[in-house]
Ligand binder design. Sequence first.
Ligand SMILES: Cc1cc2nc3c(=O)[nH]c(=O)nc-3n(C[C@H](O)[C@H](O)[C@H](O)COP(=O)(O)OP(=O)(O)OC[C@H]3O[C@@H](n4cnc5c(N)ncnc54)[C@H](O)[C@@H]3O)c2cc1C
Length: 326
Amino acid sequence: MKGYDAIVVGARCAGSPTAMLLARKGYKVLVVDKATFPSDTISTHLVHPPGVAALRRWGLLDRVVATGCPPIDTYRFDFGPFAISGAPGTPESPVAYGPRRTVLDKLLLDAASESGVEVREEFAVEDVLSEDGRIAGIRGHGKNGVTVTEHARVVVGADGRHSLLAEKAKPEAYHERPPILAGYYSYWSGLPMEGRFETYARPGRGFAAWPTNDGLTLVVGGWPMAEFEANKKDVEGNWMKMIDMVPAFAGRLRAGQRVEKFVGTPVANYFRKPYGPGWALVGDAGYNRDYITAMGIMDAFLSAELCADALDQSLSGRRPFYDAMV
Ligand SMILES: Cc1cc2nc3c(=O)[nH]c(=O)nc-3n(C[C@H](O)[C@H](O)[C@H](O)COP(=O)(O)OP(=O)(O)OC[C@H]3O[C@@H](n4cnc5c(N)ncnc54)[C@H](O)[C@@H]3O)c2cc1C
């Protein structure tokens, strides 16, 4: 066999677990990413209990806990006239975590490497190789700029919302919706959360806060996409007006100190058929919905497991590719 069993493009929450799980099943796997790790990406990072359960299944939860990221044992939804509060998980997976992407993505990539995955950072994929009507590999370059081609039995696109693999494979798309929310976030010191994820819904506005690594608290909030253009002239001013709609929280926020700049981006909503001849999509490359749900990381984990299981069935010859992937 020439090349790899699988090449995974993208090494964050979808790509590294997919590569790791395939390697643990004995496959020869290459994962590439144009980024270096650790590195940040535009994303808040609440991982709901089913995502935490996946980390436990993979033997990686202890590593997240060891980073000092505090557990979140209470979700509180405040609608103004009333609030609902409770435990987010199940007896098997009782808590959520909010690890920084610098921490989480590096930890996932290290686990993939330890499982036998060949890792190439700073490797940008420019195109896919096609043979006999199927995707058969990648063409790209590392930081020395030299063009390299690599072949594989399957290429997995874990390359996010602007997936090159999806662009090349042209999967059927459905349930497509334009961006709904314009959201921005930053980090505060001195804003204790005592293990709570708090979210506040007010007319035309919504925001949430939860604890993360290094004693910091992430606060994210936003407004309808229709107000994106008007409000982007003064993001911080408009953002603080939103926080001031909840005076008790505003007081806590002002008692702390913002330690990073505001970032944010609107995202489109879509589903893509996630497989075809010689290729598969996981994570945001296959589907995305508004981040107000904070489900992308958890869903990336679950899609990695589903994809790795299905590819194992196909690569091992136990089931035909399309039967396994459907
Ligand atoms: C503002 C915001 C807030 C969010 N908040 C949350 C939250 O609180 N909780 C949650 O669960 N989810 C959240 N999400 C969603 C979450 O960020 C995504 O679902 C998650 O990052 C998907 O992971 P992924 O691995 O599929 O893609 P990504 O994290 O986007 O990783 C894709 C990787 O592919 C690499 N890549 C892309 N193209 C190429 C190429 N051509 N060659 C080589 N490498 C390439 C990139 O460098 C990148 O490292 C949020 C998203 C946004 C935008």
